[in-house]
Design a protein around this ligand. Structure first.
Ligand code: ZN
Length: 253
């Protein structure tokens, strides 16, 4: 079994046993993304970041997993005083376990969401850090194009951006733009079978579970996908690229 990096989880919602099971299934590194559903105050997000950087980091380490954290304002939990969070981001980016910004992006695509995204992308550009970008279940093509338009207006390097929850509908847009496709393995996203059938188109991507408790989710979806590829004869070096090396290279982990 290849060593696995789960490139997008909401680690603060992951149980201790979830982390233990991931470790048992071969997950060595995890990226924990910010999302505090319904956050109303900047302070809520500061506490959320603090929890990931203390409790989650310790729980991961106790299971032999290296946790790296991405900070930012998620469109499903944008505080009224969000500019305070944006102003604080550079201080977090100086911390050793913080690898970039995420999960950020557009969910409904409102002007406010666009403003929050743009200000955060400016910070990412200034500090040269990678960004993990959300795409929603609805209006996917329109929202993905809008996200790219905002990123282009900021002038951030496309290769520093993961456009997550990619699927056959937006994979060509992502490739043309030059971003990294985030490959979320779950029943309503990319299934192991779909991944196998279209592996050629997804090979620049980074696998993840996007584990959260917002909907049914499986912290073992990445190891299950890796095992499925292996059982179906995919060469180990191809699997290792999407399960590990692409993410290690992008995030410098
Ligand atoms: Zn997510």
């Amino acid at each position: 079994m290849v060593e696995i990096v789960d490139s997008h989880t909401h680690v603060s919602m992951l149980s201790y046993e979830g982390l233990e099971n991931m470790a048992l299934a071969g997950v060595k590194k995890v990226i924990g993304c910010s999302l505090f559903f319904g956050a109303k105050h900047a302070q809520t997000l500061f506490d959320h970041f603090h929890q990931m950087l203390t409790l989650s980091l310790r729980n991961a380490a106790q299971n032999g997993i290296r946790l790296f954290v991405a900070v930012g304002v998620h469109p499903m939990g944008t505080p009224e005083d969000w500019p305070r969070v944006v102003d604080a981001l550079p201080n977090y980016l100086k911390m050793s376990n913080v690898i970039g910004l995420g999960e950020i992006g557009l969910h409904e695509g409102s002007q406010r969401e666009q403003d929050v995204l743009k200000e955060q992308l400016k910070v990412a550009k200034e500090y040269g850090v990678p960004v993990i970008l959300h795409t929603p279940p609805q209006n996917r093509i329109e929202i993905t194009k809008k996200t790219m338009e905002i990123a282009a207006s900021v002038g951030i390097e496309p290769g520093k951006m993961v456009i997550d929850h990619a699927n056959l509908d937006i994979i060509d847009l992502i490739e043309e733009f030059g971003a990294i496709p985030g490959l979320t393995i779950r029943p309503e996203g990319i299934t192991p079978q779909l991944l196998l059938n279209h592996l050629e188109r997804f090979q620049r991507g980074v696998l993840n579970s996007d584990y959260s408790n917002l909907k049914p989710n499986d912290p073992l979806s990445v190891p299950r996908a890796v095992r499925y590829l292996e059982l179906n004869g995919v060469p180990a070096e191809i699997t290792a690229r999407i399960a590990r090396f692409n993410a290690e290279e992008l995030f410098g982990i």
